[in-house]
Ligand binder design. Sequence first.
Ligand SMILES: Nc1ncnc2c1ncn2[C@@H]1O[C@H](COP(=O)(O)OP(=O)(O)OP(=O)(O)O)[C@@H](O)[C@H]1O
Ligand SMILES: [Mg+2]
Length: 478
Amino acid sequence: MTNFSEFNISESTLRSLKRMGFEEATPIQEGTIKFALEGRDIIGQAQTGTGKTAAFGIPIIEKIDTNNPDIQALIIAPTRELAIQVSEELYKIGYDKRVKILSVYGGQDIGRQIRALKNKPQIIVGTPGRIIDHINRRTLKLEHVQTLVLDEADEMLNMGFIDDINAILEKVPENRQMLLFSATMPPAIRKIATKFMKNPKEVKIKSKEMTVENIEQYFVKTQEREKFDILTRLLDVHQPELAIVFGRTKRRVDELAQALNIRGYLAEGIHGDLSQSKRLSVLRQFKENKIDILVATDVAARGLDISGVSHVYNFDIPQDPESYVHRIGRTGRAGKSGLAVTFVTPREMGYLRIVEETTNKRMTPLRPPTEDEALAGQQKLAIEKLVEVVQANDLKDYRLLATELLEDYDAVDLIAAAIKSFTKEPDDTPVKITEERPLPIRKERSNGRSGGRSVRREHRGSRREGGKKTGERRRGRK
Ligand SMILES: Nc1ncnc2c1ncn2[C@@H]1O[C@H](COP(=O)(O)OP(=O)(O)OP(=O)(O)O)[C@@H](O)[C@H]1O
Ligand SMILES: [Mg+2]
């Protein structure tokens, strides 16, 4: 690995990187920064959580002329959450150089964005729909853009943003540099890329598997109606630091979040029908550990970087292997370890095999924990909490009471009672989870890795979230 100081980058950026704790470049950064600085178009593919944001962010910051008030770089991302996250990372990289960055996305007051645009940002990070909106209002001038980035390019095309992206491309100078990044690059996107790009340099970080090694991957074969109890037992045994549970539909996510709360877990759902402010507040609560479990549709999968996510549960197996890669990639980021469990009904085993074929990695079958094992998991946590209280050494006001109690009761009974009261015992309060129809029966992909696209489109309607309430357009869906 190369230390950032060995790249041809400025002192100010090096200082910012150092403050961020970045010392060595990750492989994708090492493979792309030099070419990006030279002005080459790039198609960059590397596993989830391996620093693709900085791979385009560092050269962009380097190239910004801070004396020039024009918008010099435009980054397009599929969701607002991601647009915000990318702008934050760029802000950090450009901190010492004092680069001005603005994010624009649907759901946020446009007047406020228009005022912020007057403040002459040099980099814009935005979602396609809102960028188009600003172009139409003539509040966003892109004629001096030198670098254009599509983060999660394949997802934006899947979401039907191709017309929007075409329209945006028409507004940026033809001789701009274009950078395309994602962990998955299905052949269709390469084809489109070559249409838009000039002699792109393809940088693919070679690895045996498409998913990172440090994620342990399991599957549980189970009937639909048993999934929820298995999930709660797994949560009890695993005791995740933070977990994401993915569900197939918005209804599923709402029901799961509610059911988890009924059973005593701190969970919140996130999906495209929620208001912008609700989505952001849920995400903030999750980042601040005020909730332990985020229940999400694929909306939360792409690109989000939340430290502390130790476990990912696919309550429903995703319909296409790319989604799987991005979903489980929310854990095991930046070299940390993670664990992913995918639930699969017997009829859906074909999908599991397709995922494995694509990722080139087999999932280990996992036996669902028993109720006793779940209880043992919770008791272990209770003991940890109890010991923490003891170690905090702040029991002065309780010692006398304890001594008095010990005159009447047995010491072991008292401790057992304390553990019991700290233990979240398995709970079978009835919950409502509407059964999802299993995915249509599928045989293994016949033509290897490249056949996913058409299948993905067919079932689009049932999986994807509509953009109606979100102010984002999703065209191109027939
Ligand atoms: N050189 C580095 N040294 C240390 N940490 C890094 C480095 N580069 C990036 N990171 C950190 O690694 C994490 C993952 O980076 P990033 O979000 O860019 O991954 P990604 O490749 O875009 O993943 P995804 O495919 O999920 O979008 C972030 O927290 C980021 O700050
Ligand atoms: Mg990313």
